[in-house]
Ligand binder design. Sequence first.
Ligand SMILES: NC(=O)c1ccc[n+]([C@@H]2O[C@H](COP(=O)([O-])OP(=O)(O)OC[C@H]3O[C@@H](n4cnc5c(N)ncnc54)[C@H](O)[C@@H]3O)[C@@H](O)[C@H]2O)c1
Length: 359
Amino acid sequence: MKTYRAAVIGCSRMGAFIDSEVPDYQAIRLPYSHAAGFYAEERTDLVACSDLRPEVMEVFGERYNVPKERQYTDYRELIDKENLDIVSVATQPEHRADVVIYAVEHGVKAIYAEKAMAASMDEADAMVEAVERNGAFFNLGTNRRWHTGFDKMKEVIDSGELGALKTLIIYGNHSLFNGSSHQFDLILRLNSDRRALWASAHITDDDSIFDGDIVREDPNGQGLIQFENGVTAHALLSPRGAEWEAICDRGTVTCWNNGWQWHIRRQADVPGWRNCFVPEAFPEFERASSTANLIKDLVHSLDTGEPSRCGVRVAHASTELIFAFMESHLQSGARVQLPLKGSKLRLERDRAPRQPRFQ
Ligand SMILES: NC(=O)c1ccc[n+]([C@@H]2O[C@H](COP(=O)([O-])OP(=O)(O)OC[C@H]3O[C@@H](n4cnc5c(N)ncnc54)[C@H](O)[C@@H]3O)[C@@H](O)[C@H]2O)c1
């Protein structure tokens, strides 16, 4: 069977070394970083890498057997020379669109782009246009879309045995680009990627982070999203952290502790009670690496031509919600209609890259 040539652009934490930060974390199965995922996957060869920091690439090269002559400080040179099938873009969102667009314009057929998709809606629109025109496959690194526990949660919702889905709750929404990129993708997935009609939101940071159209820090936001199928999502800024709940007509499914534990409560006939929900066991599922599953999904698309599980339009839909939250806040919490029109906001933070934990 064909193996696909893969490279990572942005070789820091999520690109290469984040596995060292979570060795004993129950919620996450390794491999977690892009490089560790390609390295473990038998259908991909991790042949090259690119980063602005040669010293980080040197350790990348030692860890993943990528020789010095295949470590590039210029991602364009990497793409021009290495005849790549899959490119990972694990930079920060401010640097994502240019890299993705260059890759698909120069023959790369599959992209694993980290979240958030882009720093502005214009960039997200341009990515959709370039990816589709070049017939490339695209998955956003919103890992829960490939998490077998959330697959099971969606199966329970879709079975209808708890009645129709009505409400989704994100308990710990926090920052829009870093956190809500995951959260919004997850609620879209749990609601079968139905279209959002409008969003209304409030940002808790000082308004000085909005410098005209430039967003100087990743804003923390909470709010409401209304979907076309009548489902409402509530994004809370609560200290409860990475937990989510789907409330159906006759029961609830809740994820605790970022994908470690799941719970079902089903409406029961209990004498003397009108609305009594009793706990029951969540179905068994096999825990697996979501990064590995995302990469296998791209390999499947390259093998068969079938669409990948996320795709660039779904990535665009979750990105649009990030911008709708900011636009709503700037209009004092007004309902912002979707598709979002005319947003010129752009994230531009003054931040140095993090030092990855190599060991
Ligand atoms: N999916 C997840 O669970 C998860 C977890 C952590 C981080 N992330 C996401 O991954 C992305 C990266 O996060 P991080 O913490 O690893 O970031 P980081 O800031 O530590 O690293 C970014 C790297 O990109 C490199 N870079 C910047 N511009 C470049 C260019 N033009 N060419 C090549 N390399 C370039 C930088 O030198 C740096 O090494 C972010 O978007 C973040 O939100 C996702």
